[in-house]
Design a protein around this ligand. Structure first.
Ligand code: PNS
Length: 164
């Protein structure tokens, strides 16, 4: 039984995240998408909202589990007896940070494996921060986030200022 974890902040989830999740689901028996804390990021959406948004974004994959964990990824990995963690890597600079995390996680748990997946190229530069920025001006985020959650993101983030 191969259990993979796809961890992230998902503030909010993007089409790039969901593309990676779908690819990961095809590679394992059990996929757990886990909303985890990132001490370097201040989030806009609550943990519960992010879990719910990820769940709504994958209506075609009800078998994928979506949960949250308030602690180290290495501990969650042990708790669910995971075989690997999946991360999307978008660029060279991303990869450097990801490699640092992968090495740190392996120091915390020698069985920890990290698998990097590339999303579809046209989605590979969509990030949660770009989505937040565009949505804050009431811009069109329909190509960046799943249709199931785009209205809720816009309603929350749009300040009423339209781009001129
Ligand atoms: O979507 P993100 O912000 O790139 O995801 C980063 C995340 C949440 C996976 C990472 O910050 C994490 O694993 N947080 C849990 C706490 C932890 O284990 N930190 C040490 C990582 S070396």
């Amino acid at each position: 039984m191969r259990t993979y974890i796809y961890p992230g902040t998902f503030d909010p989830p993007t089409n790039g995240h969901m593309d990676v999740a779908r690819r990961a689901a095809r590679l394992c028996d059990r996929l757990i998408i886990a909303v985890l804390p990132n001490r370097n990021k201040k989030t806009v959406f609550s943990v519960d909202e992010r879990v719910e948004m990820v769940r709504k974004s994958l209506p075609d994959l009800p078998e994928v589990e979506v949960t949250c964990f308030q602690g180290l990824l290495a501990d969650f990995y042990r708790q669910v007896d995971a075989s690997a963690v999946v991360r999307g890597s978008r660029s060279e600079s991303d990869f450097r940070l990801e490699a640092e995390m992968a090495v740190a996680n392996r120091l915390l748990n020698t069985r920890f494996e990290t698998i990097f997946l590339l999303s579809r190229i046209e989605l590979s530069f969509t990030s949660s921060s770009i989505v937040r920025e565009v949505a804050s001006y009431g811009g069109d985020i329909s190509g960046m986030v799943p249709a199931e959650i785009s209205t809720e993101i816009l309603e929350r983030l749009s300040t009423g200022d339209k781009q001129s």
